[in-house]
Design a protein around this ligand. Structure first.
Ligand SMILES: *Cc1c(COP(=O)(O)O)cnc(C)c1O
Length: 375
């Protein structure tokens, strides 16, 4: 019976592999019979600092109106974003996380007979949204673990409508600098919408990392996607936004679900945007944590990919699955990257100091175990 239902779905949907999220803390706690408080999760690039008290207060206050539908236009949040970044509300599209933005772009611009260009080791949501739309995925071989801009330009043809590029990139942490981004944007043909995904931009304090918003006015075919789920700490609330030309925003608004960002998320996002101190504290924790992780990995003699984000991807030089499993048994969750074609790598999100320490100790044990089994 259920097999029959399966045959009724669109072939391209049947061919999809669902997105695999980082293992939830409660799931591992159930499996191991452990207290969730004893588990360290460094698997989903989440903010390790815990919720911002100002956000919690804003949510408590907004909850009084929970029986009302949210403001479907997100007036207050767009006004806050507009003020903060010097942009017009008509340029902003709000998303239920920035993943929602990616899906809206695919709904509005992609279909059978069209294609989308993105990089090998690019974010998993790009091929998923492209395949679901019926468009062709043009995956361009990575260069030094990141986006090969020249290769991506060469992959564009008359049927290309979208080009996805994450800066910094997930899952490798690589980045594109300002001169290269500017040259690239000048070369992309006008019939291609460039989605510049800046989910981790707030972590990159290198002055060399370009701010996509500086380029939106000059490029009507550029959409900059941002997330409040990473540095702003709202992963569980789900808020993201896009900044584009008003014309692109108008198109996305046609496919957007009427109340895609809920009222608690709208209120929490406004409060989060007002609190620079939380953002700054998070950046500091990240800077120190990255240095701690990289030094620890160096001590273990492991190669890692230079990163501007809140995670580091390490080459174990051996299959990562046994190491990942051993880490799980020790109560530490990280992210295996088999799905990205990187079976010997693990991606580790930066945690608090004691969490990073727990991971590094557990990794040393896991590697010893794996070497022992191999002999
Ligand atoms: C995490 C992530 C997102 C999406 O995050 P949301 O939680 O949906 O805002 C988008 N792009 C990249 C590259 C990411 O890593």
């Amino acid at each position: 019976m259920s097999d029959h239902i399966h045959t009724l779905a669109l072939p391209r949907i049947r061919a999809l592999s669902p997105y695999v999220p980082g293992k939830p803390v409660d799931e591992l706690a159930r499996e191991l019979g452990l207290d969730p408080a004893d588990i360290v999760k460094l698997a989903s690039n989440e903010n390790p600092m815990g919720p911002n008290p100002r956000v919690l207060e804003a949510i408590r206050s907004a909850a009084r109106h929970l029986t009302r539908y949210p403001d479907g236009n997100g007036f207050a949040l767009k006004a806050r974003l507009g003020e903060r970044f010097g942009i017009d509300a008509a340029q902003i599209t709000l998303g239920n996380g920035s993943n929602d933005i990616i899906v809206m772009v695919a709904d509005a611009f992609l279909a059978e007979g069209r294609n989308a260009v993105f990089s090998q080791y690019g974010f998993a949501a790009y091929p998923l949204a492209t395949q679901a739309s019926g468009a062709e995925c043009r995956e361009v071989a990575a260069r030094a673990w990141g986006n090969d801009l020249e290769g991506m330009l060469a992959a564009i043809d008359g049927d290309t409508r979208v080009l996805f590029i994450a800066n910094p990139n997930n899952p490798t942490g690589t980045w594109v600098d300002r001169p290269n981004l500017e040259r690239f944007l000048a070369c992309v043909p006008r019939h291609v919408l460039v989605v510049l995904d800046e989910a981790y931009l707030e972590y990159a304090d290198d002055a060399d990392l370009p701010d996509g918003l500086d380029h939106v006015a000059r490029h009507p075919n550029l959409l900059v996607s941002r997330s409040l789920c990473k540095a702003y700490g709202l992963a569980g609330l789900r808020v993201g936004y896009a900044v584009s030309s008003p014309a692109v925003a108008d198109l996305l608004n046609r496919v957007r679900q009427p109340f895609n960002v809920n009222s608690l998320a709208l209120a929490g996002a406004c409060a989060a945007l007002d609190d620079d101190a939380y953002l700054e504290a998070g950046r500091r924790v990240n800077r120190l944590g990255l240095a701690q992780l990289q030094a620890g990995l160096d001590e273990l003699g492991l190669c890692w990919i230079p990163t501007r984000a809140n995670f580091v991807t390490v080459d174990l030089g051996m299959p990562a699955q046994p190491v990942y499993q051993s880490l799980l048994r020790q109560g530490v969750i990280v992210r295996p990257l088999d799905g990205y074609g990187l079976p010997c790598h693990l991606r580790i999100s930066v945690g608090l100091e004691h969490e990073n320490r727990r991971f590094l100790d557990a990794l040393a044990t896991a590697i010893k175990e794996a070497a022992h089994v191999a002999h």
